[in-house]
Design a protein around this ligand. Structure first.
Ligand code: NAP
Length: 281
């Protein structure tokens, strides 16, 4: 499993991590097994949120990591509606209890909301000073929102921006990814398989993906993850509800694509028209 520095933090984490959204609707034992087998395969970055299953997914993750906490880079998110100063501190403490741990490695604001960003960032800094979180960041922030967050928090404070990024949705490459590159901010690609919108193998682009995968003896999903990882600040967090899917995804961590593979994918899955807004799920 390739590891990279998580932006300016310098913390080395695996390029492929594990998402957990909607796991409350899957078989719990299978999800716990998938997360644990995934950790054993090197996918130690686990992404969750207080929103997922209204806390049920954090509890599930707590079970999965109970004997493995020190191996894991654990990320969770506060809901914008809770992101006042006091609300953020309380939300973090609830998340820690559900996750059965005393600290998060990364705590994110799930998307921009109406509470002043100054309050949320102040709470993040106080949580960090208390050792309850190691790093903090944001999610679903466009370039203007991210610039504002950087201006409020100061340089080398916003560790990451978690954003929608997959083969059929490359909008972040226009402005958000370059801004993150300039500020040493890690980019965590959510829904890297399009959250159910994975390229149809019978489509023209899907056939290109399938032919590259077949030539390398790997799966199209591994190729897709590796394509997203071609730029240094990017990490991916696919969600898998079975150990078979988790292990398939982990194998992308050791794959390398050639310049020719990348060029073919670039043409098959073009950047598309600039819609001027950051797409979200
Ligand atoms: P995703 O990872 O793009 O896709 C998940 C889907 O792909 C599931 O149906 C899963 O099936 C399937 N899958 C996974 N590995 C597979 C494999 N090797 N072969 C075949 N199918 C496979 O979707 P996502 O859950 O939307 O995104 C990933 C994570 O990003 C989330 O879980 C969450 O942690 C995070 N996220 C964050 C935000 C945000 O606003 N910050 C928004 C959305 C997502 P099974 O479940 O059956 O394995």
């Amino acid at each position: 499993m390739e590891h990279r520095a998580f932006g300016f933090t310098g913390v080395e984490i695996p390029v492929v991590g594990q998402g957990t959204w909607q796991m409350e609707t899957d078989d719990e034992a299978a999800c716990v097994d998938a997360l644990q087998r995934g950790i054993d395969a090197g996918m130690t970055h686990i992404d969750t949120a207080e929103m997922y299953g209204s806390g049920a997914v954090e509890s599930l993750v707590g079970k999965a990591i109970a004997q493995r906490r020190d191996q894991v880079f654990l990320a969770s998110k506060v809901l914008p509606g809770n992101a006042s100063y006091a609300g953020t501190i309380e939300a973090c403490e609830r998340s820690l209890r559900r996750l059965r741990t005393d600290r998060l490695d990364l705590y994110l604001l799930h998307w921009p909301g109406s509470h002043p960003l100054e309050e949320t960032l102040h709470a993040f800094k106080d949580l960090r000073a208390q050792g309850k979180i190691r790093h903090f960041g944001v999610s679903n922030f466009d370039q203007a929102e991210l610039s504002k967050a950087i201006a409020i928090a100061g340089p080398n404070e916003i560790a990451c921006n978690q954003v929608l990024y997959h083969l059929l949705e490359r909008a972040i490459e226009r402005r958000v990814l370059p801004l993150c590159e300039r500020h040493g901010i890690a980019v965590v690609a959510y829904s890297p398989f399009g959250s159910g919108r994975f390229p149809d193998p019978s489509s023209t682009a899907g056939k290109v993906l399938a032919s590259i995968a077949a030539a390398r003896g790997v799966t199209p999903r591994q190729i897709a993850l590796r394509y997203l990882l071609r730029r240094q600040p990017v990490f991916v967090i696919p969600k898998a509800a079975s150990a078979a899917h988790a292990l398939d995804n982990a194998a992308a961590g050791d794959l390398r694509l050639t310049g020719e593979d990348l060029a073919r994918l670039d043409t098959a899955f073009p950047l598309g028209r600039d819609r001027g807004v950051l797409p979200t799920l």
